[in-house]
Design a protein around this ligand. Sequence first.
Ligand SMILES: Cc1cc2nc3c(=O)[nH]c(=O)nc-3n(C[C@H](O)[C@H](O)[C@H](O)COP(=O)(O)OP(=O)(O)OC[C@H]3O[C@@H](n4cnc5c(N)ncnc54)[C@H](O)[C@@H]3O)c2cc1C
Ligand code: FES
Length: 282
Amino acid sequence: MAAVAEDLRNPYRPHLATLEQVRPEGPGIMTFRAQFQDPAVAEAFHAKPGQFIEVSLFGVGECPFGLAKGPDRPGPLMFSVAQMGKVTSELHRLRAGDIIGIRGPYGNGFPVEEHRGKHLLIIAGGIGLPPLRSVVEYGLDHRDDYEQLTLVYGARSPELLVYKDALEEWSNDDRIDVHLTVDKGDETWTGHEGFVPQYCEELGFTPDNTVAYTVGPPIMIKFVIITLTQMGFGDDQILASLEAKMKCGIGKCGRCNVGPKFVCLDGPVFSYRELKALGEAQ
Ligand SMILES: Cc1cc2nc3c(=O)[nH]c(=O)nc-3n(C[C@H](O)[C@H](O)[C@H](O)COP(=O)(O)OP(=O)(O)OC[C@H]3O[C@@H](n4cnc5c(N)ncnc54)[C@H](O)[C@@H]3O)c2cc1C
Ligand code: FES
């Protein structure tokens, strides 16, 4: 028993997990559901919305991915992977039944408990939705704790919108306001066209009792921050999750520093006030 507890505390040790489901989410994007093999590890694993895991593929490498499932939802861990390079390409070859390693959860996550009573304005772009899906599900599971829940989500094209089943479910759920957009539609698309920051401007949010959480490509985050600032949002009312090159995920290797901070340990979520102090915002 002591050995199990020791193993759980060892931050370098990946725990074996079996892929229960692997499904294509869109071009170049796959969603994985993984169950720890050791029930003690599964029971001890508790994540906050916005935290990430390090996923290892033995003999290939290790990468960070945002946890997509709400922390109160039962069942296997869920994460989605866009094909970028060596590890993500090999991950895309995996099928249900294959084994991976998982370390974590890591990072600070979004301060959802601190923001109880507020309007959560969730702004996602492309493959930025996975870590924010966990915020949406947390918000729905604790709906009475929040004044309002809003999701603005955009992708380059309709086929690149991830979690279409969940988007449809949320769009029919009057506990959350969902606004979808694509940079350019196709013949099937009848919704909004345009970039996420401009859509936020059109939707005309007010900063009253609101906090905005944003994850997406750096260029989207930059213009979302500009838009929200112009709308009167204060520096502590805007929080963004940063992507950085990572190795250890636990503040040891120095791969992810931004000034004196480690993105893996002090982030990946930072307020606009912190980003300005770190020189990470224009
Ligand atoms: C906290 C965090 C959460 C993340 N969550 C997700 C997620 O939910 N889904 C997802 O698909 N991806 C996510 N990523 C990005 C993902 O980790 C990288 O795409 C992955 O590590 C690339 O590995 P690779 O070996 O396939 O690519 P490599 O062969 O290492 O690199 C391929 C290309 O991608 C670039 N790249 C590699 N890593 C990063 C990075 N961290 N940020 C920006 N560019 C990078 C390289 O410069 C290179 O151009 C996250 C990253 C971080 C830091
Ligand atoms: S990834 Fe090693 S210090 Fe952050």
